[in-house]
Design a binder for this molecule. Structure first.
Ligand code: G3P
Length: 218
């Protein structure tokens, strides 16, 4: 299973990379805005910095346009920044068409804002490299985010589809481990959720005792 961190914050990306388990980064317009990144050139420079922080990692950069031709032009410019860039495209009619165009050009894509297995099937047909079902936002409206992962896994397995399922909108360790149990290929999570995977009270109490006993031996 691959691990991506879901942030545009350079310090957090750097910290996640230093953990030694990071395979990539996902961003979106909201995450970029949160970091105060504005203007085309600043946005491009920021993506380049992210690529440098995670050598060889897959870095999702989302198009801001919603119309097909503009999406394609924007995606081509993003992809030209660094071979690590994966162009992130929303699952709309124009987005689906753009994904197919990027696929034909050999540009990797991450189909985002996916909330149904039907959308995920279309994204795969268009050749998306990754599909991003948003678990947390489904749970927020009392739907079942992990059930969607299960449905997409079944549909993709039925047809040996190679599009990678990228569990997104992760809120907690339960989401991450649910994705792992259900066979998602990737999760993208906030740094706090990834770090929380380390926690167990028996590890804490066990280590405390080992440290105490180690002192007695010195
Ligand atoms: O990057 C897309 C996704 O992970 C967004 O998550 O927390 O805004 O629902 P969230």
């Amino acid at each position: 299973m691959e691990f991506f961190v879901d942030t545009a914050n350079l310090a957090q990306i750097s910290e996640a990379a230093s953990m030694g388990i990071l395979d990539g980064v996902t961003t979106n317009p909201s995450l970029m805005a949160k970091e105060g990144i504005t203007g085309v050139e600043n946005i491009k420079a920021h993506y380049k910095k992210i690529c440098d922080l995670v050598p060889g990692g897959a870095i999702s950069a989302e198009v801001l346009s919603t119309e097909y031709s503009a999406m394609v032009e924007e995606g081509k410019e993003l992809a030209a920044l660094n071979p690590q860039i994966v162009v992130k495209v929303p699952i709309t009619s124009d987005g689906l068409r753009a994904i197919k165009t990027f696929t034909d050009m050999g540009i990797r894509t991450n189909c985002t804002l996916v909330f149904s297995a039907a959308q995920a099937l279309l994204a795969a047909k268009a050749g998306a490299t990754y599909v991003s079902p948003f678990l947390g936002r489904l749970d927020d409206i009392d739907a079942d985010g992990l059930e969607l992962i299960s449905q997409i896994r079944q549909v993709y397995d039925n047809y040996r589809i190679e599009t990678k399922i990228l569990g997104a909108s992760i809120r907690n360790v339960k989401h991450i481990m649910g994705c792992a149990m259900l066979g998602a290929d990737v999760v993208t999570a906030p740094l706090a959720s990834i770090k929380a995977m380390l926690n167990h009270p028996l590890t804490d109490s066990g280590l405390k005792k080992f440290v105490e006993d180690a002192r007695k031996m010195q």
